[in-house]
Design a protein around this ligand. Structure first.
Ligand code: UDP
Ligand code: MN
Length: 667
């Protein structure tokens, strides 16, 4: 009797064990499967790496609009958009630390990333009042401000912003601003459709410690009309604009207001720190940076040394702001009345883009200043794609906004921008009406764009009347253009006596139309970076290649009368001997062992060149070495590559002869 029962029990246990085991294996395989799908597209599963030093400089890709690829669960539904999954966990993200979303949520995390182009699940785990470090330098921490500062309205406009991100912005403003300086917070909803931004937001802001009002745009208009609406309702002495995904850090407000108190003609920006779109960590950025624009008017950060503005205090004051030719646009403070005196914004600019360009030129040209205060740190979530729609089409809207800014403020340079920005043509001017803005420019008696370039942005890399703009071709002696050029140069009287770039520019200008018409895009070879796919800010070897007709390939150069050879994005031809002191050409590993590079302009001796009209050689001014074209085998790819380096000058050497072929840039 007993035996069968014992046996049965054992079988039972075995059965249970097997069942359990099978279930376990099933779970593992599902997990592996999910992981494998997630890994098929590395960009999707790891939305983006944490910012490295280079990505400190945010870039907006203005041509590529983010179109969701459709994840494995299909498109997001209205339910997905509208749920508010904010579930803060104590100490998550404290002191600006990164958030790690547990593996079981990775799938959802990836799915919800695309809603806002940032990791919503990470943000939803962080309390609204998370702690941040004090990112100020000791000098800034020690600086005392008078009690008597102007107060401010903080204006935040948003379109479909995530709940946790928007409210953390508001909370950080309230918690880290002295109460007597914060008059009010004004929210402007640019026609969002998320349901949690309706009643739920209205009741939430009623109980805040600082008066907070919400206005709504009747229809989707863009950040300019939304900010204008916010400003209209503001009553503070100063308007402080913030994006809807920021976190203000300790002591952020006082330096801004103090600077405006010193001078109401200053538009003052904080240092914009980085909140990772991937894990919401807060990273401090350098204080010593400033901004300007590239040839296509995209905003760029630069870090070369600039003089500080002199304030009331001492000359070598490490808390003094830095003048910046351009502003990023999202975060700044301005005296409220001054904002209107200076023409607020161009209200015809839609959705996103261009308004920071317009404001930068306008403020400087019409007598104001734009500065960055090193003592004010505000974090901003930088993202690499735009999550929202662009009614009217992204390219159309952007080029329209830029054409408005350029045609009102840039004088002759507007044509340059229109000629060399994809999506823009000279015809863009016919589609816009800027009469009111031109009248404003006259009323305010604003200075010309040439003044702005010369005095506010002397480091600029745009063409100018005393500069060369065009292509640098290799004079192989065969193409028609090369022959015409060499002939012209050989016939110039006194050519051997003059080593002045400006003399060369003049002589070339006389023949500009002829040379330009002779250039053969396939046969002529233009000086250009060796690779097209590396970031412009990095060190790039130089080669010659097919000449192209669009600006993106970086085979167009500006040469200053002093001999700096520059191209778009503040990149300059640079003599840079390899560390070992030997030119290895391409024999070993890769091409980076050449001694000629394209890299960030810095006004250093390594970046000044001479031109010999007699021999058509370009030589490095300090070392007297000549630009030479050499062939070499890249041992990695086994390909023969041509690379430009500098070697002993030899006037008979055909690989050292270069011609300057001008391109049109103004009417
Ligand atoms: N924004 C808006 N309407 C728009 C586009 C943007 O209200 O049509 C808001 C957006 O929510 C954000 C601010 O304007 O608070 C700046 O936009 P965004 O952050 O996308 O610009 P970025 O910082 O990427 O330059
Ligand atoms: Mn933003």
């Amino acid at each position: 009797m007993g035996l069968p029962f014992q046996k049965l029990k054992k079988l039972w246990l075995l059965y249970l064990f097997l069942l359990f085991f099978a279930f376990f294996m099933f779970a593992i395989s599902i997990n592996l499967y999910v992981a494998s799908i997630q890994n098929t597209d590395p960009q999707q599963s790891h939305p983006k790496p944490a910012p490295k030093r280079r990505s400190l400089w945010p870039r907006k890709n203005i041509v590529a609009h983010y179109i969701g690829k459709g994840d494995i669960f299909g498109n997001m539904t209205a339910d997905d958009y509208n749920i508010n999954q904010f579930k803060p966990i104590e100490n998550e993200g404290a002191d600006g630390r990164p958030v790690v979303v547990p593996p079981r949520d990775r799938f959802r995390m990836q799915r919800f990333f695309r809603l806002n182009s940032f990791n919503l699940l990470a943000s939803d785990r962080i309390p609204l009042n998370r702690t941040l470090k004090d990112y100020r330098t000791p000098e800034c921490r020690d600086r005392k401000y008078t009690k008597n500062l102007p107060n401010t309205s903080v204006i935040i406009v948003f379109h479909n912003e995530a709940w946790s991100v928007l409210l953390r912005t508001i909370t950080s403003v309230i918690n880290r601003s002295p109460k007597h300086l914060l008059k009010e917070i004004i929210l402007v909803d640019d026609a969002s459709d998320r349901t949690y931004l309706k009643r739920q937001l209205e009741s939430y802001i009623k109980v805040l410690a600082v008066p907070t009002r919400l206005y709504r745009m009747k229809e989707r208009s863009g950040l300019v009309p939304a900010r204008l609406m916010g400003a209209q309702h503001a009553r503070g002495d100063v308007l402080t604009f913030l994006d809807a995904h920021c976190e203000c850090s300790r002591g952020w407000l006082e330096p801004l207001l103090a600077r405006i108190r010193e001078s109401r003609q200053v538009v003052i920006c904080p240092v914009i720190d980085i909140i990772s779109d991937d894990n919401f960590s807060y990273t401090k950025t350098f204080e010593n940076h400033w901004g300007a624009f590239n040839w296509q008017l995209s905003f760029r950060w630069f870090s070369s040394e600039r003089k500080r503005s002199t304030t009331e205090s001492s000359v070598k004051d490490l808390t003094a702001p830095i003048a910046t030719p351009g502003m990023a646009g999202g975060l700044f403070a301005i005296d409220r009345k001054y904002f209107y005196e200076m023409g607020s914004y161009d209200s015809e600019m839609r959705v996103w883009g261009g308004e920071n360009v317009e404001m930068s030129f306008r403020i400087w040209q019409c007598g104001g200043r734009i500065e960055i205060s090193p003592c004010s740190h505000v974090g901003h979530v930088f993202r690499s794609s735009t999550p929202y729609t662009f009614p009217g089409g992204m390219s159309e809207v952007l080029t329209n906004n830029l054409a408005r800014a350029a045609s009102v403020w840039m004088d002759d340079w507007q044509y340059f921008v229109m000629l060399y920005t994809s999506g823009l043509t000279l015809g863009a001017k016919d589609k816009i009406n800027v009469t009111e803005r031109v009248a404003l420019r006259e009323k305010l008696k604003c200075k010309p764009f040439s003044w702005y370039l010369e005095h506010i942005w002397p480091e600029h890399f745009f063409p100018a009347p005393d500069r060369f703009f065009g292509k640098i071709i290799w004079l192989d002696g065969e193409t028609e253009c090369a022959q015409a050029y060499s002939r012209h140069m050989k016939n110039l009287p006194g050519r051997a006596l003059s080593r002045e770039w400006s003399r060369a520019f003049d002589e070339i200008d006389n023949k500009a139309a002829e040379f330009t018409s002779l250039i053969d895009l396939e046969r002529d070879k233009c000086l250009r970076p060796l690779r097209d796919d590396v970031p412009r800010s990095s060190l790039q070897p130089v080669t010659v290649g097919d000449c192209t007709s669009h600006a993106q390939t970086m085979d167009m150069f500006v040469i200053t009368p002093k001999g700096q050879i520059m191209t778009n994005d503040n990149v300059c031809l640079t003599y840079r001997p390899p560390k070992q002191g030997v030119i290895k050409l391409l024999k070993n590993r890769n091409a980076t062992t050449s001694n000629i590079m394209l890299t960030q302009c810095a006004s250093e001796p390594s970046q000044f060149w001479s031109y010999d009209m007699d021999t058509q050689q370009i030589s490095h001014r300090d070392t007297k070495l000549c630009l030479t074209l050499k062939s070499a085998t890249n041992t990695r790819s086994q390909k023969v590559e041509k690379v430009v380096l500098s070697m002993q000058c030899d006037f008979k050497d055909i690989t050292q002869k270069w011609g300057l072929i001008p391109l049109p840039w103004r009417l």
